[in-house]
Structures are given as structure tokens and as C-alpha cells.
Design a protein around this ligand. Structure first.
Ligand code: LMR
Length: 328
């Protein structure tokens, strides 16, 4: 299906984003959990869909299923292995069952900004991480960026001790659980699609996420405010199954890889501006954003950074050193 036909299909099918594919086209179902147009991942997936459906019309066709409409992140990797979807882009915190090497990305205050994450991923050890799950049947194609994580709760957070005793929703990552426990928070793993309701009903008191996720899911509506801690990152891996990827004809695989790489370069360059716009939208909508002075932020660093020592064996001191050298 061409891009114009995709656009028409999207308009007439009111809300459904998947584009109907033509007979004979290789169908690539791409499942993700965010919105399509105000989020670094959603925009990138939509652009990938548009370009494949235009440039590979008759050969291949991408159908994007956003907003957890098809699978949550805790189901999608199994669905990939079963061949029920062909691509996904879960956050690096969601690969816990498959590999421990991504734990470096969850360690608090490991990367000072997304440019540092980008540089680390482009290093030899970062590139090698894409193939770290092939023996489990998953292949990483590209890293996609989101942004820095912030803390929100149903009460003002200035110091880490303000969060002590609260329940925070976390992604299913042992590093993030340890980070929360380090500040006396009880971590509650939960699917992204359930977080708004859990915050609203008081099942959890707070959460950590990027500006684009806090804006996209409207978490700020059911929180006292957001504290700009920039304590960690959310980044993604575009992942496929090795079986499916290997089954493609070389020319199809190469063309898909080229389009994906171009989309990655274009959209990763915009991830920070998408998050800046989301932050501005939150403030404009009346959300409370609290900033930390340097001394107060250092108290968060001192409280959370000790968790690094628990995970050195998983991530490797050499990787930590490499990441820190990039930060310098
Ligand atoms: C989360 O679960 O909070 C995030 O990984 C969601 C996402 O895909 O950004």
C-alpha cells in the first residue's frame, strides 16, 4: 500500500492506525505502546510505516499497532518469537528475561544526556549489544531514543527522603527496582497501559518517566507534580525475530534495514525536541514542574548511585568506564 493510500486508510478508519496490506506483500506488524504523533517512538514507527509502504509498495507493508492495542511490552517479545508480530521497540528495561547487558542503561545517573547514550551505543560494545539475544531468537536492529526520566508523585518531591515509604510503578527491571529501594520506595512493576489508572486510584503513589510519556499518558493530571531529576534514561531497541529476519530475501532485508537506519538517524536527532515540547505542553496544561538546585540534585545522586555496585558483574566495569569517559 502506498503512503497516500495509507493516509487515506488512516483517515477513514477513525483511530485505527494499521494500514490494510495488499495481497502478496510481506506484512510487517509493528506493535508498540505509545501514541503515534507526539512521542519519539510513535513518530519514528509511523515514519517507518510510511516510508516502507511508499518505497516498497507491492513488496512489503508495515502495519503499526500503537497504544498497547495489540500487545503490552511484557507480551510482545514472546509474540515476536511466535511470529505473531514482526517488529517492536520496547524500552531497554523490558529485556530483563532475555539479557542482562542492557542493565547499564537503567543504572541511575550513568548517562548525563541522550547524546552520551547515543555515543555509547555507537561504540563497539554498544553495537555488539544488538546481537546479544540472537541465541534466544531476537535480533536488535536499531536503538531509538526517548529521553531523560523524571520523578512524579502524589506529593511534592524535593529530596529523596520525600519519596520514602511511597509506592512507585516501575518497569520490570531489577536495576530500577534496586534504585527505588535505595531511596526507600516500594517498586511495583506494571504495564505502561495500566499506570494512569493505578496513579488515579492510588494503587501506586508515583512513577518515573520521560516528559513525552508523562505528557502522552497524561500522568501529570493524577500527580501532585513532576520533579526534574534527569536521573536516568528511556531508550528503545527496534527488535525482530532472527527466524523472520533470516527468512527474508536479501534485497528486501537490505531495503528494510536501510529505511530503518535512515528513520533512526532522522528521528533520534529530534527526540530531545519532542521531549522539550512535551514538557512545555505539561506546563501549559497546568502541570507542576519542580526543578532541583545543584546541591539538592547531588543528594539524589548520592542516594541512588550506590546501586551501581550491585550490577557491576552484569554490565562490566569496562562498560561503566566507557560510559563515564563519554560523559566527561
Ligand atoms: C514504560 O513502560 O514506562 C515505557 O517503557 C513506555 C515506553 O515505551 O516508552
Amino acid at each position: 500500500m502506498t503512503a497516500a493510500a495509507t493516509a487515506l486508510a488512516l483517515t477513514v478508519s477513525a483511530g485505527a492506525v494499521a494500514a490494510a496490506c495488499d495481497d502478496g506483500e510481506i506484512v510487517i506488524k509493528f506493535s508498540h505502546v505509545t501514541n503515534t504523533d507526539k512521542h519519539p517512538k510513535g513518530i519514528a514507527a509511523s515514519l517507518f510505516q510510511q516510508r516502507v509502504n511508499d518505497e516498497m509498495n507491492g513488496k512489503a507493508c508495515v502495519e503499526v499497532f500503537p497504544n498497547s492495542t495489540l500487545y503490552n511490552d511484557d507480551q510482545v517479545l514472546e509474540a515476536l518469537l511466535q511470529g505473531d508480530v514482526q517488529m517492536a521497540a520496547p524500552s531497554l528495561s523490558k529485556f530483563e528475561q532475555f539479557t542482562k547487558v542492557f542493565r547499564i542503561f537503567d543504572l541511575p545517573f550513568m548517562f548525563k544526556n541522550i547524546a552520551a547514550v547515543d555515543a555509547f551505543q555507537k561504540s563497539e560494545s554498544g553495537e555488539a549489544m544488538k546481537a546479544s539475544m540472537t541465541r534466544r531468537g531476537l535480533l536488535g536492529l536499531e536503538f531509538w531514543h526517548n529521553g531523560m526520566k523524571q520523578m512524579s508523585a502524589n506529593k511534592p518531591l524535593n529530596l529523596p527522603t520525600d519519596a520514602a515509604g511511597l509506592k512507585f510503578r516501575v518497569q520490570p527491571s531489577d536495576v530500577i527496582k534496586a534504585q527505588m529501594e535505595a531511596i526507600g520506595v516500594s517498586p511495583q512493576p506494571m504495564a505502561f497501559s495500566e499506570v494512569y489508572g493505578a496513579l488515579q486510584t492510588g494503587v501506586v503513589d508515583g512513577q518515573e518517566n520521560t516528559w513525552s510519556n508523562i505528557w502522552g499518558q497524561k500522568f501529570f493530571e493524577v500527580q501532585d507534580g513532576i520533579t526534574e531529576t534527569n536521573h536516568g534514561i528511556i531508550d528503545y531497541m527496534v527488535v525482530t525475530s532472527t527466524d523472520w529476519w533470516d527468512s527474508l530475501d536479501a534485497d528486501v532485508r537490505d531495503q528494510l534495514a536501510t529505511i530503518l537506519e535512515e528513520v533512526t538517524v532522522a528521528r533520534n536527532a529530534e527526540s530531545s525536541s519532542v521531549n522539550d515540547a512535551a514538557k512545555a505542553s505539561i506546563i501549559e496544561a497546568g502541570g507542576e514542574v519542580r526543578t532541583l538546585d545543584a546541591d539538592t540534585r547531588q543528594i539524589w545522586v548520592d542516594a541512588m548511585k550506590p546501586v551501581w555496585s550491585q550490577f557491576v558483574d552484569d554490565v562490566g566495569q569496562d562498560n561503566i568506564d566507557a560510559a563515564q569517559a563519554i560523559n566527561a
